[in-house]
Every structure is written in structure tokens, then in C-alpha cells.
Ligand binder design. Structure first.
Ligand SMILES: [Zn+2]
Length: 221
């Protein structure tokens, strides 16, 4: 049973990696993906291996302290950030870190993405905030990402990229796509002029709707 759960998690990570490549959310071996298997084991992409070449054994299994339990490679250099998010947000079961172009542009400018569109409001409940800069792979970056996430599903990492969280990998992937689209629309509207913001009360309502209804649908209720 345990072996089947681990094999399933590894396969989900590999197929999600291919989707990230196909959707231009990452390039090469950049970015990283993880999911919670149970309360003390996690599957995460290996460090420095191209997504299209990954095989099951490459996906690393670690415990909550980051100790490797299985896998032929080193875990992603952003392991600390993934584990810090799982520890702080028990409802999060999947984390995807991307380097998509428009989200990275906003991250480079330290510009949070305002909720100009309903789907942005649904995943963030306000602007998609920017975590303070810290160099990749550090505990400081992990702490900054957790602090900026608060109760949102996504956050930008200053001068770096974006992080998207969900209760499963499919949700985290959808959120990564919404983050990139939101950043793109923000960049386009900023270049043309000024967008009309959504009313704050509607942003809150949209977020509540997402949390109540979208997640129930995901669970098949
Ligand atoms: Zn990165």
C-alpha cells in the first residue's frame, strides 16, 4: 500500500512537470514540485534534472525534517521552502514553484499583482503579495514565503518567481496558471493605462466562494 502511494505521488510529480513545461511555466530543470504523501512523508522533484527525463526513482521522498527516505538524486534546492509551507498550512498538500515570465517580471519589480480579475481574487483574496527577497534555497526565503502567503494560494518571490499551493497537484497547477495570467494582464493593463480594480467587498466574496465551492467540487461533493 505504502509503495503504491509513493509510486502514485512520483508519477503525479512527473506528469505535472511535463505540464509545466508544455504551458511555459518553467524551462529546463528550473522550478520545482512537491506533494504531501502523508503526515511525515513528501515527494519532491530532484535538483538539476530536466523534467522530460525524470523517472520515478528520481523523485525524492523526504520526511518533514527533510531527511531523504528514498530516491537516487538530491532533493530540489528549494526543499526548505516546500517543507515550511506544509508545516505552516496543513490544508496545503501540493506546492509548485515556477519561473514563468510575467510573474517573474512582477517579482523583479517587487510589484504585487492586484486582483483585477475574478480568478485572481479567488486564489489570493486580495493582491498576490511579494515575499521579501532572500537568496534561493535559504531558510530565510522559506520564512519570507510563508509570511507573505498568509492565507492565500499564491505568492511571488522577489527577484525570483512564484509559488502556488493547493490541496492537490491539479489545483496547484491551475493556480500557477492563474498567477501567470494575472501577472500578464497586470503588465498589459499597466502598459496601456490603468485598470479598474474590483471592489474590495467583491474580492472577499469571490475568495469565500472559491474556498467553499471550488474545493467541494474538487472533492466531488
Ligand atoms: Zn526558483
Amino acid at each position: 500500500m505504502e509503495k503504491i502511494r509513493i509510486a502514485n505521488a512520483r508519477n503525479l510529480i512527473i506528469t505535472t512537470g511535463i505540464k509545466l513545461l508544455q504551458r511555459n511555466l518553467v524551462a529546463g530543470s528550473w522550478g520545482n514540485i512537491s506533494m504531501r504523501i502523508d503526515k511525515d512523508s513528501y515527494a519532491i522533484t530532484p535538483s538539476g534534472r530536466p523534467y522530460e527525463l525524470l523517472v520515478e526513482e528520481d523523485v525524492v521522498i523526504v520526511n518533514a525534517k527533510g531527511v531523504k527516505l528514498a530516491g537516487t538524486a538530491l532533493p530540489s534546492s528549494e526543499l526548505l521552502m516546500h517543507l515550511a509551507i506544509y508545516e505552516s498550512f496543513p490544508a496545503t498538500n501540493a506546492v509548485i514553484h515556477t519561473h514563468s515570465v510575467y510573474a517573474s517580471a512582477c517579482a523583479a519589480m517587487h510589484r504585487q499583482i492586484p486582483p483585477l480579475l475574478e480568478d485572481t481574487a479567488q486564489i489570493a483574496g486580495g493582491p498576490i503579495r511579494v515575499a521579501k527577497y532572500a537568496i534561493a534555497g535559504t531558510k530565510e526565503l522559506a520564512d519570507n514565503a510563508v509570511a507573505a502567503l498568509e492565507n492565500a494560494n499564491a505568492v511571488l518571490l522577489a527577484n525570483h518567481g512564484a509559488v502556488s499551493c493547493g490541496n492537490c497537484l491539479d489545483e496547484a497547477l491551475t493556480i500557477a496558471e492563474i498567477v501567470e495570467k494575472s501577472a500578464q494582464v497586470f503588465c498589459i493593463t499597466s502598459a496601456i493605462g490603468e485598470a479598474f480594480p474590483l471592489p474590495a467587498a467583491d474580492v472577499m466574496q469571490l475568495r469565500s466562494f472559491y474556498l467553499d465551492h471550488y474545493r467541494k467540487r474538487q472533492r466531488g461533493e
